[in-house]
Design a binder for this molecule. Sequence first.
Ligand code: TYM
Length: 375
Amino acid sequence: MDVTPWEVSGDLKETDYGRIATEFGAKLIDKDMLNSIKELTGDIHPFLKYGIFYAHRDLDVILAEHRKGNPFYLYTGRGPSGKMHLGHLLPFLFTKWLQEKFGVDLVIQITDDEKFLFRDISWEDIRKTTRDNILDILSLGFKPEKTHILVDSEQAGDLYREAVRVSKHITASTAKAVFGFTDSDNIGKYFFTSMQAVPAFIIPALSGRNVKCLIPYAIDQDPHFKVARDVIPKLGYNKPSSIISKFIPSLKGGGKMSSSDLNSGIYLDDDPKVVRKKLMKYAFSGGRETAEEQRKYGANPDVDFAFNVYRMLETDTDQTDRIYTQYKAGEILSGEMKQLASDLISGFLEKLSPVREDAEKNFQSYMFNPDDFRK
Ligand code: TYM
């Protein structure tokens, strides 16, 4: 298995993404689907234009629901294992766009229990990280009225009742086959996927209203929702839909940015000097060995870390297209590409701090309150 929620082995190439999505049973986002989204939102997000969000499960069902004037809700999440890097922000940036375009509620699950079970981290450290990660997510500017953050251990009452119903339909052999667990894995891991399933039907469960759910995530999380989609209809709710992204690669190339190696990614608290140094020193380049060769043969921007991050953060796609063409043609050198990315990243990170501070003052107003949804 190449990809599970806890491990992405090997060097994922562009061509692997299509194969993985198809193997998992998801569909690729095609031109017609992009046109439908554009028709409904009036716009196409760069992550869609560039195929970063590239696959889905039943996204057409959600779009049809919206066309009929029925609201749906969004659900995404974060496992608080440590500091957040730029890759972790990718689904949140996209989710924020969806939330604004469709004007819908968003549930964000923070799986502190998951990180306790899967990593060697104390509850005390997880608690600190949980608060820090929530603030990092909120620094993107989510609106408190429509954003509802669920922390597993804190909202255990509402979640657990539903999670046991999910777990009753998942056998140990399914968990082994889907997640690659063995007999020496702790039994908490086998249960955990039931917790990640619950937010996909928590609003209908609390409200009794038949509201559908759309879940954005990177492909590593798909095994959870493959299982969840089998079980949730057995509990009387709709299958959740999803929209799935590729990874922002690790700084050193290949795989995904990992939170266990601090030099494998750009962290949200990296200052401009650190950002620049990491890019110059470690970033995998799609450029040539020498400036002369680069001018002659051009770069491969698709595998270039600096270009990938540039494309993630630049909102003007005409500008991104220009940089792509120039870099590919050898008109931009590797060091220049790194400098462009470094400036863009630092500018982006700088804007997060004041929003983060505001969110901290209103922290409680973002927290999930079941009474907002109960019938
Ligand atoms: P976590 O904390 O590992 O990752 C948070 C989100 O970021 C995505 N992701 C990436 N996206 C792009 N490039 C990368 N390099 C990269 N690395 C991680 C993940 O796919 C995820 O969407 N169990 C989950 C938390 C969770 C969740 C959810 C995520 C609970 N419910 C519903 C998505 C949807 C976790 O540990 O994610």
